[in-house]
Design a protein around this ligand. Sequence first.
Ligand SMILES: [Zn+2]
Length: 218
Amino acid sequence: MCGIGVQEPLLVSELPYGLCDSCGSVTLNPQAMLDGAGERGRYLKHNNSLADRGYRAYLEAFLDGILNFEGLERDSIQRVFDYGSGPSPALVALLGLRGFDARGWDPYFDPHGEGFEGGADLVTCLEVAEHFRNPVEGFRGLSGAARPGGTIAVATHLLSSDREETERDFPAWWYRQDPTHVTFYTRGGLEAIAERAGLSLLGSTGSNTYIFRRETVE
Ligand SMILES: [Zn+2]
């Protein structure tokens, strides 16, 4: 997964996963992944709009966590790019309401969404990294959307760094049971993969959001 370890087979409910013996991250084997049409159909069932108060509160909390992150200069953030904005780009709409210059991109629903010339100040990736079929490629996409020195915020649920815990808890984990979730990171795995894309992990906001900086020299 991180490019260092070997994938050890892990069979869960007849689904073939690989557990990296270096970083402990888990990926579903490609032949067991949904095809593009199946995946798109699942995403269309998510009804995530700003009109839903609970969902809006969740987005506000995600943004506030990032903007209040220690060491982040809030004033330096104007241009925000949402990577994987989904069928109804609610986060892009909310960012616009809050005065940011916001754009989004989605491989299924907005494939022609364009980034900012020179890169965004902040790239958001909310509940998207667990869908990455090729995590290093995914993180390179995030890195490429940010300006050098820019911030990348990735929200995903992590596996335990304790391998025995992963082997015990992974089969029944609710996060695993969404068939579009194919990549599950440990903190170490997340850090190692991001590093290969020129990103340094700065810390987390406490609500499953991990903050990275795009290095100025790769
Ligand atoms: Zn690994």
